[in-house]
Design a protein around this ligand. Structure first.
Ligand code: CP
Length: 307
């Protein structure tokens, strides 16, 4: 099967079959990163531009590594070193990049919908690496890949997503993906951090951590997105941690083989206790490893082909 898409803008635009294709392809690429020479010639002659207008460690680095492991030429642009600081618009920047004839443009932007605008504007494939509080599809794909590899399936699993649901693009993309793939999703956090209409996305809502983690197969903890909050949503970090930090006490309510995830960056002691983040049940670094494979799969499926 071929991915017949020009762009990857959100999980909402993908079907179950397309998600399985991406995850299967990503699993087949995992081995490349364990070779002595971590490179295949698949995308030789292709050019990938990583255009990050917002800060990133994991997503940006893994897209660059993914491109290089596939032998593509990768170019990185950040907001602070681009002509955006001289007042150039996003539209003019996009048309400028298009004129250099790359094959794929990966974009992260603080404005929801920025990748969608670019996708309409330029002929190259656009991959959304996170747009505002809207979607982070490649994160959800690597999360689904990680769960599927660890648990064998996504269908029927109890997944608790806990934290700042309202401002999290990771939460939104994971809710869309996990529910589509048959998981039972519970979202949990302080009432101010739960979007009012989230139940329309077929999730259960809980305001109590103990209730949310009970019988969970997977607990996905989220960072508080201070950069997207205009108000003070809670009195202090200590107060937040008292009610919503995953620790060795409340994790006992989950299934004995529960696994813990976090997209990163983590705030130790606020949403996750250090011994849980570093413990045997933590998948945090596996998520990072799988992130390279998922991004290799996406670059390959958009720019490469089927062979
Ligand atoms: N998970 C994630 O998007 O991390 P970065 O912001 O470091 O890319």
């Amino acid at each position: 099967m071929k991915l017949s898409k020009k762009d990857i803008l959100g999980i909402k635009e993908l079907s179950q079959d397309e998600i399985h294709l991406i995850l299967d392809t990503a699993e087949s690429f995992l081995e490349v990163s364990t070779r002595k020479i971590k490179k295949v010639p698949t995308l030789r002659g292709k050019t990938v531009i990583n255009f990050f207008v917002e800060a990133s460690t994991r997503t940006r680095t893994s897209f660059e590594i993914a491109g290089k492991r596939l032998s593509a030429d990768t170019v990185n642009i950040s907001a602070s070193t681009s002509s955006l600081v001289k007042g150039e618009t996003l539209t003019d920047t996009a048309k400028t990049l298009e004129a250099m004839n790359p094959d794929i443009i990966v974009i992260r932007h603080s404005a929801a919908g920025a990748p969608h605008m670019l996708a309409r504007l330029v002929r190259q494939s656009i991959i959304n690496a996170g747009d505002g509080a809207h979607e982070h599809p490649t994160q959800a794909l690597l999360d689904m890949m990680t769960i599927r590899m660890e648990k064998g399936t996504l269908r029927g699993l109890n997944v608790a997503i806990i934290g700042d649901i309202a401002h999290s693009r990771v939460a939104r993309s994971n809710i869309l993906g996990l529910t589509m793939m048959g998981a039972n999703v519970t979202v949990c956090g302080p009432a101010m951090m739960i979007p009012r209409d989230v139940v329309k996305l077929s999730v259960r809502v809980s305001y109590h951590m103990e209730q949310a983690v009970k019988d969970a197969d997977i607990i996905m903890m989220l960072r508080i997105q201070l950069e997207r909050q205009n108000d003070n949503f809670f009195p202090s970090d200590r107060e937040y941690a008292r009610y919503y930090c995953l620790n060795s006490n409340n994790i006992r309510l989950a299934k004995p083989d529960v696994l813990v995830m976090h997209p990163g960056p983590i705030n130790r002691g606020i949403e996750i206790a250090p011994d849980i983040a570093d413990g045997a049940q933590s998948l945090i670094l596996k998520q990072v490893t799988n992130g390279v494979a998922v991004r290799m799969a996406l670059l390959y499926l958009l720019a490469g082909g089927e062979e």
